[in-house]
Ligand binder design. Structure first.
Ligand code: ATP
Length: 429
C-alpha cells in the first residue's frame, strides 16, 4: 500500500487535499491521471448500467435536499455510528470496528458508546438558525426515490425499470482511513431498480450477477473478489437480502459495493411523509402497487482503489499498472525514437490523428526503455515508436504493456489495430 500511495502521488493520481496547509484529514485530490481513471470508471459503469440497457435511465439530483427527505428515509434518526473514546490516550474509535473492549493503541479503558449522526449539517441562506438547517446527502439514492414519479412519467418507463445516478456523497465518518477507502467526501454510483412483487427475488439475483460480471469484465482478479451475503442480524429491518461485493485489499477483505433487496421501504416512507402518491399503476394487469427496490450501490473511490491495487505489479525490471485498457488514463503513448525533426513531425502527426478517438500522450525525453517504463507505471496499454525506418516504410512499432511484445504496423492500419484492442464490449448479459 505504501509503495502504491507513493506512486499515486509521484505520478499524479492522488494527493492529500490542501497539502501546502498540512492536508485535511482523509480528504483527497485527484491529479491529472487520477481524474482520467476516475472518469473512465464512471463511464464504464454508466455504459454497462445505462447505455447498454433499455430498462435503465439516468439522473443527476441535488446534493442539498429538503430536510424532510432525511426524516422520511430514517437517516436523521438512525444514520449513526457508535462512538467510543479512550479515557487514557483520548483516541476515538467506531465501537463496531473494535475487536477488544480496551483501547487497541494503549490498552486504556473506553467510554460507553454514544450514537453519532454521520450527516454533515449546514445552513441554507444567510440566517444560521434551526429552520435553515440542511444536510449534505450521505447517499445519492434518496434523490432517485423522491423523483421516482417525475422520472417515470417523463420517460414512460414501465416496471421493471431502474434509475442510475453518479455523484458526491458526504459522511462525517468517525474513523476514516486506508487511503481513499474511507473518506468523508466521496462519490457513489447508485442504481435503484423498481420491480413488481412477483419477480423481486429473480431481479435481486440478476443484479448481483450483472454487477459481479462488470468487475470481472474489467479485469479484476476473481480470486480477490467475493460475494458476502449479510446475516439476519446485519440486515436493515426492512431489507429482505443484501450481498456485499468484497475485495481482498492489503488491509483485508472489504466491501466495495452493496446490492440490496430493500422491499417497498423507500417509496413507502416518502409516500407517508410527503403525502404524495408514488405508487405505480400497471395498465396491463390493472393493479396499483408500491414497487420493490433492488439497489446497487458502489463507491467510485473504493472501486478506483480496487482497480489500482489489483493492477499494481512490481516486477524485477519495472513497475507496471495492468489496468484494463478501458480504464487506463492514456490508451496510447507516441514516441519519436530520437529528437530529430523528421521523427518528431511524424510522431506528432500520429498523435494528432489518434487524439480524436483516444486519450494519447507524447514523450520525446530519455531513452526508449525509460519511456516504456514511465508508461508501464501509469498503465498505458500501447506505445507507438516512430523510428528512421518509419520514414521509409511507413510503418511504426507498437509495443504491448503486458506482454512487452512488439508489432510492426503500417500507418494506415494503426487506428484499426488499436480499435480492435481498445474497444470494450463487456460480456455481462
Ligand atoms: P461501511 O460499512 O464501510 O461504512 P456502508 O455499508 O455504510 O459502508 P453503504 O451505505 O452500503 O456503505 O454505501 C455504499 C457504498 O458507498 C459502499 O460500498 C462504498 O463503496 C461507498 N462508501 C460508503 N461510505 C464510504 C466512505 N466513507 N468513503 C468511501 N466510500 C464509501
Amino acid at each position: 500500500m505504501e509503495r502504491l500511495i507513493s506512486m499515486c502521488k509521484q505520478r499524479g493520481f492522488i494527493y492529500p487535499s490542501s497539502e501546502i496547509y498540512g492536508g485535511l484529514n482523509s480528504c483527497w485530490d485527484y491529479g491529472p491521471l487520477g481524474a482520467e481513471l476516475k472518469r473512465n470508471i464512471k463511464e464504464a459503469w454508466w455504459y454497462a448500467n445505462v447505455q447498454l440497457r433499455d430498462d435503465v435511465v439516468g439522473a443527476d439530483t441535488s446534493i442539498l435536499m429538503h430536510p424532510d427527505v432525511w426524516r422520511a428515509s430514517g437517516h436523521l434518526a438512525n444514520f449513526t455510528d457508535p462512538l467510543v473514546d479512550c479515557k487514557e490516550c483520548k483516541r476515538r474509535y467506531r465501537a463496531d470496528h473494535l475487536e477488544t473492549d480496551v483501547c487497541p493503541e494503549c490498552g486504556g479503558e473506553l467510554t460507553e458508546a454514544r450514537q453519532f449522526n454521520l450527516m454533515f449539517k449546514t445552513f441554507l441562506g444567510p440566517v444560521e438558525d434551526d429552520a435553515a438547517v440542511v444536510y449534505l446527502r450521505p447517499e445519492t439514492a434518496q434523490g432517485i426515490f423522491v423523483d421516482f414519479k417525475l422520472i417515470q412519467n417523463a420517460t414512460r418507463q414501465r416496471v421493471p425499470f431502474g434509475i442510475a445516478q453518479i455523484g458526491k456523497s458526504f459522511r462525517n465518518e468517525v474513523s476514516p482511513g486506508n487511503f481513499i477507502f474511507r473518506s468523508r467526501e466521496f462519490e457513489q454510483m447508485e442504481l435503484e431498480f423498481f420491480v413488481s412483487h412477483d419477480d423481486d427475488d429473480e431481479w435481486f439475483r440478476c443484479w448481483v450477477d450483472y454487477r459481479w460480471k462488470w468487475y470481472l469484465s474489467l479485469g479484476i482478479n476473481p480470486n480477490k473478489l467475493r460475494q458476502r451475503p449479510h446475516g439476519e442480524d446485519e440486515l436493515a429491518h426492512y431489507a429482505k437480502a443484501c450481498i456485499d461485493v468484497e475485495y481482498e485489499f492489503p488491509f483485508g477483505w472489504q466491501e466495495i459495493e452493496g446490492i440490496a433487496h430493500r422491499g417497498t421501504y423507500d417509496l413507502s416512507q416518502h409516500i407517508e411523509h410527503s403525502g404524495k402518491d408514488l405508487s405505480y399503476f400497471d395498465d396491463l394487469t390493472g393493479q396499483r402497487y408500491v414497487p420493490i427496490v433492488i439497489e446497487s450501490s458502489a463507491g467510485v473511490d473504493r472501486t478506483l482503489l480496487t482497480f489500482l491495487v489489483d493492477a499494481f505489479h512490481e516486477e524485477e525490471e519495472r513497475t507496471v499498472l495492468k489496468l484494463h485498457p478501458r480504464l487506463a488514463p492514456y490508451k496510447v503513448a507516441v514516441f519519436p525514437l530520437q529528437k530529430k525533426p523528421a521523427l518528431k513531425e511524424l510522431a506528432l502527426k500520429i498523435k494528432d490523428e489518434l487524439k480524436y478517438e483516444w486519450n494519447v500522450t507524447y514523450d520525446e525525453t530519455g531513452s526508449i526503455g525509460r519511456r516504456y517504463r514511465r508508461q508501464d507505471e501509469i498503465g498505458t496499454p500501447y506505445c507507438i515508436t516512430v523510428d528512421f525506418d518509419s520514414l521509409e516504410d511507413g510503418a511504426v512499432t507498437i509495443r504491448d504493456r503486458d506482454t512487452m511484445a512488439q508489432d510492426r504496423v503500417s500507418l494506415d492500419k494503426v487506428s484499426a489495430y488499436l480499435r480492435e484492442r481498445l474497444t470494450w464490449k463487456p460480456e455481462i448479459d
